[in-house]
Structures are given as C-alpha cells and as structure tokens.
Design a protein around this ligand. Structure first.
Ligand SMILES: [Zn+2]
Length: 431
C-alpha cells in the first residue's frame, strides 16, 4: 500500500522535525547560488529551529527566475547538473529549472509514491500521453512510473489514432494525460466506433497540469470507465508529484517531507485560515541543484482540515481552483475560468472544449461563452440548442453574478490547443 512507508506515515511531530532540518540545509545550499547569496545575505541557517521560521525568509517570484535566467539559481557547479526543464509559460523569457542526479531520483520517488498510492503496480502498462521535452509533465511522470516498475509506453502527446492502437495492442491499464486531452481522445474512440470502456483494459487515469473541476473528473471517469486521480505540480517545483490524490479522492496529499507548503492571501501575503483559498507558496526541502525558497506558484487552493482515512498525515491540498493570473474582470466582477467550466460540465450535452471571449462593445465589456456539444449531442435541433444556451446563461448568471452570451457550437468547432488548452481570449486589449 505504501511506496516509502516511513516517510508517508511519519507522525506530524517527527515530520516537522525533518522539515526544520531540511529547511536549514536548503537555506545553506541556496546561499551558494547568485540569487540567494544576495536575497538571503545575513540569514543564519542555524537560527531555523521549526518549519514556521520559513516565514522570515523572503518570497521568490517567477520574475526572479527570469531576471537570473539561466544559471542564477544554481547552487552546485554546472558539471553536477544532469537535466534541464523549462516552465511552460507562453509569455516572456522562459525560466530554467535544473536537476542533479539525486534530485531526479528524489523526484521519481515522489511520483512513484503517488502512483503506488492509487493502485499502480509493476504489472501495469502505463501509457504516458503527456508531452515530452522541456515540459516536465512527460519525463517527470515517465521516470516515476518506470521507478515503480510499470511497463511505460512513452507515447507523448497527440496522435489519438496511434494512442488508441497502442492502448489496445499493449493492453494499457493506466494512462496519464492533461484533462483537456481526455475529451479529444474520447471523441477519437467514438469516431472509430469504439468504446474505451469495453474495448480497452484501462482502469486508472492520472490527470494533472491543468486546473479542472470535479465535474470534469467525473466526466473522464464515466467516458473511459476508469478511476481518475488528480496530481499537482509545476515545473519550478519539479513537475508532477508535488501533491497527489489518494484512493479517497478527497484532496491531494502534499508531500511535506519534500516541500514546505504555505497558503497566503495573494494581496496581504499573510497566511489564510485552514480551509480558506489562497495562493500556494512552496519551499523545496530536498532539492540540491536548484533549491527554491517560498516560491509563489500563483495557483489558488486551500489546505483541507481534518485527517484522511488513508492514514497519511501529509496535509491535503484542495484541487486548484484557479490561477491568480487567470482571473479576469468583466464589468467589475472577478471571474475564474474554473467557475465557467463547473457550470458547463453540469450540463450533459456539453463537451469538454469551451472558450470564453471578452470583447469591448458600445454597451461596455461583453463576455461570450462558446460551448461545444459532445459528439453524442450533435443532433440537437435548433430549438434544443437555444434552450440549452438559455439554461447555461441562467446558471452562469447565478454562479458569476453577470450574464454572458452563450453560443452552442458543433463538436470539433472550437480550436484545439496543442498543449494546455487556452480558455480565455481577451480581445478587449486590441480594440
Ligand atoms: Zn489519503
């Protein structure tokens, strides 16, 4: 049931002791990098006696990684670095993340821990449908599944026909993908007249790297006849495996022996109460080549109160409810794409692909929600479509407190992203 039993079941007091010790070592190591030599000048690591002392350390933001690109966060000689990843941001200078051999091993263990926890075993066939390359989702999950001992198929992203053939020929039992791709893959099964529930051996889906709703997860489980488990990570903090759901599906255990977690109010930067949503701030506790201290992830989530029936004391993170960067403002109202997705997924005929368009009009800002139908609902009559649009507009108004225009599109009508799905097009800046 456990991959690293001692660490997974470590009692909270002992875990905090380990965190303090690892935080001291991390600060000591970090000071060898050009960035932290400056940011942590005068900071004596020996003054750290509990993990709470992290609060006196400075925060690190993505812009710091850009300003010190590419080597300014390296705490070891370059000869000890064996792997580069980069963040998947689409704007501005990329950020470089380096790993040494020990870092890669520790990362693979964290991923293997999560996979083992949800029932993946060496006898499984693990098809990895995430993008390989600089994006850490592909290689990160690959090394974890390989470390566990599963047969790993490095299929990579896209090419649904080949994915389906591989799944059927190799008897794939576990797949890993970004949630928006799951809908495209399901559509490809349907085009071939196949039903993944009957025509594959799939039993588990690992999903992550894109914020998604509980409704979207249930959709994936239903379409493929699998249990779908959420995992959380970002390139700056390795990638997949920072936090992973257990079989209870009640939040993601954040591996506290490897990361120190804080949830802060993004404006005041004060800790929020347990159960409250705030920005996730993480410190690496076990990374040597490139330690990061109090990194502001921009991801919004809550630390969930209470113990997990699985017995692991590592605290649970809620699913990511949005990114502080993704929030947009229409007519003075703060909106997160996840709120829109939750409403859309609550309507059975609506498929997985949708787009929010923001435009300037004479009457002020307008928000248009384009929702694709599922392939099975393509035959809806014009009357049924406008009824659906009205009902979506009403539910969106109840959720968002503003009324968007809703357009129902045919299956496959909206653009398909190659990587992570683009959910919002803000055309207001152009006019
Ligand atoms: Zn649990």
């Amino acid at each position: 049931m456990f991959w690293q039993k001692d660490l997974e079941l470590m009692p909270p007091d002992q875990l905090r002791g380990l965190q303090a010790q690892r935080l001291r070592r991390t600060v000591e190591m970090a000071k060898k990098s050009p960035f932290y030599a400056k940011a942590l000048a005068g900071m004596d690591p020996d003054g750290i006696t509990t993990p709470d002392d992290a609060r006196h350390l400075p925060l690190t933001v993505k812009q710091d990684l850009r300003d010190y690109f590419p080597f300014g966060f390296l705490a070891v000689p370059r000869s000890q670095v064996v792997r580069l990843h980069a963040s998947s941001g689409t704007t501005g200078t990329p950020t470089a993340i380096f790993h040494g051999k020990a870092d890669l091993k520790a990362w693979a263990d964290l991923v293997a821990r999560g996979l083992y926890m949800v029932g993946v075993r060496p006898s499984d066939v693990f098809q990895n449908l995430a993008g390989y390359g600089l994006f850490s989702g592909g290689l990160g999950m690959h090394y974890g599944a390989e470390r566990l001992g599963a047969l790993v198929i490095p299929a990579g992203a896209g090419n649904s026909r080949r994915q389906i053939s591989l799944m059927r020929q190799m008897g794939t039992t576990v797949m890993h993908m970004i949630p928006s791709y799951a809908h495209r893959l399901a559509a490809a099964f349907a085009e071939q007249g196949l039903d993944p529930r009957a025509d594959t051996s799939l039993k588990i889906a690992i999903i992550g790297a894109e914020p998604h709703t509980e409704q979207a997860r249930r959709r994936i489980e239903e379409m493929f006849g699998v249990k779908a488990y959420n995992n959380y990570g970002l390139s700056e903090l390795n990638g997949p495996g920072v936090a992973f759901e257990c079989a209870e599906q009640n939040g993601l255990h954040l591996w506290e022996d490897a990361f120190l977690v804080e949830v802060l109010d993004p404006t005041t930067l004060e800790p929020v109460a347990p159960g409250q949503v705030g920005e996730v701030v993480l410190t690496t506790l076990n990374r040597r080549a490139m330690p990061l201290i109090r990194y502001r992830t921009r991801d919004l989530a809550a630390l969930l109160p209470g113990d997990c029936p699985c017995g692991r004391p590592h605290r649970r993170l809620s699913r990511i409810v949005g990114r502080s960067d993704d929030m947009f403002i229409v007519k003075g109202v703060n909106v997160y794409p996840m709120q829109v997705e939750a409403v859309l997924m609550g309507h059975k005929p609506v498929g997985g692909n949708y787009l929010i368009v923001l435009e300037s009009r004479e009457s002020g800002d307008a928000m248009i929600v384009r929702a694709e139908l599922r392939p099975e609902a393509a035959g809806l009559s014009p009357e049924e479509r406008s009824g659906l649009a009205r009902s979506l507009a009403k539910d969106l108004r109840d959720e968002l407190l503003l009324t968007p225009a809703v357009e129902i599109c045919d299956p496959g009508a909206l653009p398909v992203a190659q990587g992570k799905a683009e959910r919002v097009q803000d055309r207001r800046k152009l006019s």
